[in-house]
Design a protein around this ligand. Structure first.
Ligand SMILES: [Zn+2]
Length: 319
């Protein structure tokens, strides 16, 4: 008995040791939004990816997040630093963004864990042409027999260019040929839900945001996935001006009387405390408000994005 206990204790110590090693590599304990945002802010200032942050971004064990239900019709199937969302309807499911490289299997496993058949996915809405949002499209395409892949013209172009530029590098990725080309104001309806395309150039020129309905019990709210948040791909002051115009457009949509937007299901959860909200939602008491229904938080985030872009515009104009 004593020997067995010793063995168990030794096993626990061993597994703690292993967990310790993983978390050292993980850089963070769990998926803490504030700490991650701070590291990205440092990266943004220097423009150089710190090696430990780079490793963390590409380590499946460090990035793993169990799929969770954000709304009655929405599942989170992304990883810690980049999102993928499933929006279910009576006539099939919409996937928003595709993850990339080491996380292609993660996404497929996460989708399966929600009980969603890959053949149920009818659309893949992609926000912009950066690898972390569209790098998984090539692997997904043959697995989703009923899905149409959607992005703006500019998004498709920048994805093709990004994939071509990655050839021969350690993180080479491939892009599928353009499927459906979406433009500002386009509406895709599926099973009573309407997904509206809002072109929001700025993060990249081809960036799009999408709005759609989310359900919580008897309540329906309008949600948005803002396609790009960072100023890490800016090529000049005109692009920052476009970013600011897009942010102003989004603010007007959020504030629209009677049909505003109440929920932000973001592309990078650390930008608006997604993991902390996930934990709050898991601890939600019956009758309590839904933590993700937060138009004030969305407006505050939009104001933050605008302030940061205005600063960047001054810097770009001073170059
Ligand atoms: Zn991006």
């Amino acid at each position: 008995m004593v020997a067995m206990v010793r063995q168990i204790v030794a096993g626990v110590v061993l597994s703690l040791g292993a967990a310790g090693a993983v978390s050292a590599q993980a850089l963070f304990d769990g998926c803490p939004s504030g700490q991650i945002q701070q590291r990205f802010a440092e990266f943004g200032k220097t423009g150089k990816m710190p090696p430990d942050l780079g490793r963390w971004l590409n380590t499946p064990e460090a990035q793993a997040v169990a799929p969770w239900k954000a709304f009655d019709n929405v599942d989170y199937v992304g990883i810690c630093w980049v999102s993928a969302w499933l929006v279910h309807t009576d006539e099939g499911t919409v996937l928003i963004d595709t993850l990339y490289g080491p996380f292609q299997q993660t996404l497929i496993d996460n989708i399966a864990q929600t009980g969603t058949d890959l053949s149920d996915i009818r659309y893949v809405l992609m926000t912009h042409g950066h690898f972390d949002h569209v790098g998984g499209a090539a692997a997904l395409k043959p697995l989703l027999p009923n899905a149409t892949f959607v992005m703006t013209r500019g998004g498709w172009d920048e994805a093709m260019a990004g994939a071509a530029a990655s050839e021969g590098t350690p993180r080479a990725w491939k892009m599928i040929a353009p499927d459906m080309v979406a433009a500002d104001g386009d509406r895709i309806t599926l099973g009573g839900n309407t997904f509206t395309v809002i072109e929001t150039p700025g993060h990249t020129w081809g960036t799009a945001s999408y709005t759609f309905d989310v359900k919580d019990g008897d309540e329906t709210y309008r949600a948005i996935t803002i396609g790009g948040l960072g100023l890490n791909a800016i090529e000049g002051p005109e692009q920052v001006e476009a970013y600011i115009a897009s942010v102003d457009h989004l603010r007007a949509l959020v504030e629209a009387p009677g049909n505003g937007i109440d929920v932000h299901l973001s592309t990078h959860g650390f930008s608006n405390n997604l993991d902390e909200d996930r934990q709050a939602l898991a601890a939600r008491a019956p009758g309590e408000a839904h933590v993700l229904v937060n138009p004030e938080g969305l407006l505050a985030q939009i104001a933050f994005l605008r302030d940061r872009a205005a600063e960047r515009l001054q810097a770009e104009q001073g170059k």
